[in-house]
Design a protein around this ligand. Structure first.
Ligand code: C2E
Ligand code: CA
Ligand code: CA
Ligand code: CA
Length: 278
């Protein structure tokens, strides 16, 4: 080893300091972005099989930089979650997406809107009240709204989760488990919870053509969904081969670059016109 222990220690603390500084900087920048209304929403179409009709869209947060660049949610959502900024950020995403998709409803387009809810948001005691307030303010129909949550979140905070899930469900809001297959969920709770939709994680869909165990896994999840009466959505579909595989297994819906990337609102409107959904 070239490094003495002492040198390694110094390199380690230097890197750690740089990391901490970067996070603190990003937190400050994110606050500014929220103040300056730089958080916007892109929409990715969700498509029904086998006909390929667009049934809805998923709202995905975007942070637009003054120079036109974009920070990926993979970078800022975890920091927003740690710092509590996810509460105001989540509200911005909810309000903006409901407002925009409601204008499509008013134009006669019957679309579902899926919004991601993070663990911190989900543990807020006034989550349901703030959802109610946004529904009232925008006039968005509760039965066209869906929330995506992760199985790990539900299992970790089962008691609070149960209450919130039931209250949201009673309003007609659909509930989806996101990234299904990556966490641990008990089939018992799957049956007990008011869940409507499972979204199979992209990491499994990606390899169905050349990894027999991933193909088996996706097939099993599809059968599981059918047996529990849940809608099954495959995420991250990029190729015709993946689509053919999912079609053969009677998967209900897909989402992925094969049909469309997440789009800014105006581009979504154009996509839907070409799609013949209007
Ligand atoms: P997610 O909820 O699993 O969202 C799907 C992600 O997969 C999106 O990334 C989407 O652009 C990407 N994707 C969709 N189809 C394909 C495909 O065919 N190929 C590939 N390679 N990727 C595909 P995005 O927009 O970067 O978001 C990343 C994650 O950030 C989301 O994963 C979600 O966990 C989180 N996120 C985004 N917006 C929000 C939000 O408003 N609130 C919360 N709490 N989390 C959000
Ligand atoms: Ca999602
Ligand atoms: Ca997902
Ligand atoms: Ca694999």
């Amino acid at each position: 080893a070239k490094d003495s222990g002492k040198n390694r220690y110094h390199r380690y603390t230097r890197e750690l300091n740089a990391l901490v500084t970067k996070r603190i900087q990003m937190e400050a920048d994110l606050r500014t972005a929220l103040d300056q209304d730089r958080i916007t929403v892109h929409f990715q179409p969700r498509v029904a099989l086998p006909d390929g009709n667009t049934t809805g869209v998923e709202a995905l947060a975007r942070w637009e930089l003054p120079d036109g660049g974009m920070v990926s949610p993979g970078e800022f959502i975890p920091i927003a979650e740690e710092t509590g900024l996810i509460i105001p950020l989540g509200l911005v995403v909810l309000e903006k997406s409901l407002n925009q998709i409601q204008t499509l409803h008013q134009a006669g387009q019957d679309l579902y809107l899926s919004v991601n809810l993070s663990p911190k948001q989900f543990q807020q005691p006034d989550l349901v009240e703030s959802v109610d307030a946004v529904l009232r303010k925008t006039g968005f129909p509760a039965n066209r709204l869906e929330f995506e949550i992760t199985e790990t979140l539900i299992m970790k905070h089962l008691e609070t989760s149960l209450g919130n899930l039931h209250r949201l469900s009673r309003r007609g809001i659909r509930l989806a488990i996101d990234d299904f297959g990556t966490g641990y969920s008990s089939l018992y709770y799957l049956k007990r919870l008011p869940i409507d939709v499972l979204k199979v994680d992209r990491s499994f869909v990606q390899d169905v053509e050349d990894d027999p165990s991933d193909a088996k896994l996706v097939e099993t999840i599809i059968l599981l969904a059918k047996n529990f009466g849940l809608r099954l959505v495959a995420e991250g579909v990029e190729t015709q081969g993946q689509l053919d595989f999912l079609n053969a297994l009677h998967c209900d819906e897909i989402q992925g670059y094969l049909f469309s990337k997440p789009l800014p609102f105006e581009a979504l409107r154009q996509y839907l016109e070409q799609d013949g959904a209007t």
